[in-house]
Write a protein that binds this ligand. Sequence first.
Ligand SMILES: [Ca+2]
Ligand SMILES: [Ca+2]
Length: 355
Amino acid sequence: MFSGVWVLLLTLSFWTALMQGQGSLPADQFVVLSRDHVDSPCVLYDASRHPALSLVAWQHDARLDLPTNQVIFVVKEQSKLRLPAGTPFGDEGAPLWILPQSQNANLLYLGLSVERVASGVFAGPLTIALKQVEGPGYFLVWQATGPGEYSIRVDSRDGVNEADGFQPLPGAHEHFNWGFSAPGVYSLTFQASGRRLGESTNIVSANSTFVFHVQPLPAPARFETWQRQHWPPGFNPPTTLAYGNPDGDDFDNWHEYAFGLSPTNRNPVSESPQLSVLNRSENPRAQVQFWRNTAAEDLTYRVEKTSRMPGGWSTVTNLTARSFPFVSPRERVEIPDLFGGLGSEGYVRVVIEGR
Ligand SMILES: [Ca+2]
Ligand SMILES: [Ca+2]
């Protein structure tokens, strides 16, 4: 788990903050898709590559094959429905966000495609297995087969197992309803496999994790979710990593998250913990302020002080927090009168730890 320490140094005379298939996209670009026809998962087969099977999103209009680290799928809030009575998808009245099997021009229209796998290579159907679902709710894939009749292919309510997936023949192209039960970031991992003619074992693709943003996105409670709100998994290393700094400001991604900042806009250094001296001429007092991400459930924040380096750190307890609606979900933490009357020197540090 990552942790960080922001050290502030104070003396009477001065203080300072120490901080410290088509075509393909260039590696430093990704796309966010919220409408139109896209085939995903789309199975590709190339015997000269290892693994020979791969899964991509095929964006027809742009003639692009998008690997999982270059695409984010958006499920708009307008796809949210209330379930009628009598469906197998949840209680009557429960919300479900649905990307429909019949095209709606305002929503993403996802197809499952094995069209680009030639016949005569595999001994039978391929398998596209769901391997893992991470997200705030459950995930369903089904086709309506008649009035009140459904063919359910994926249902994560009972976990993910071999029943969750597809067995398409080479050349197949099908559309399904994709349902999500709650808003937030979902990471759906698929793997393709198949047995080639004349062979006795299957070949498999890599596990391929596609990210879906089911809107409206709540403030992320974990760093991993925060990463996937901003980029597809593994996009253009080290862009998404804790030490990445794609906007080139004074904050790596981990500190952008911890202070509730934006990793794609340069933040001024004044957004870092600030130490100031109040009433300098008569009864000088020290005050420290910093921003805390109130949505982050995986971080703890602690302020420590000492009168001499390098040891003797003690935890400061008289913290006050002020929230500001326009900068939610972060709040400004203040420690007024940090040292009372000042001695000759003092040191303060903000300790942020993962948990
Ligand atoms: Ca940054
Ligand atoms: Ca920034």
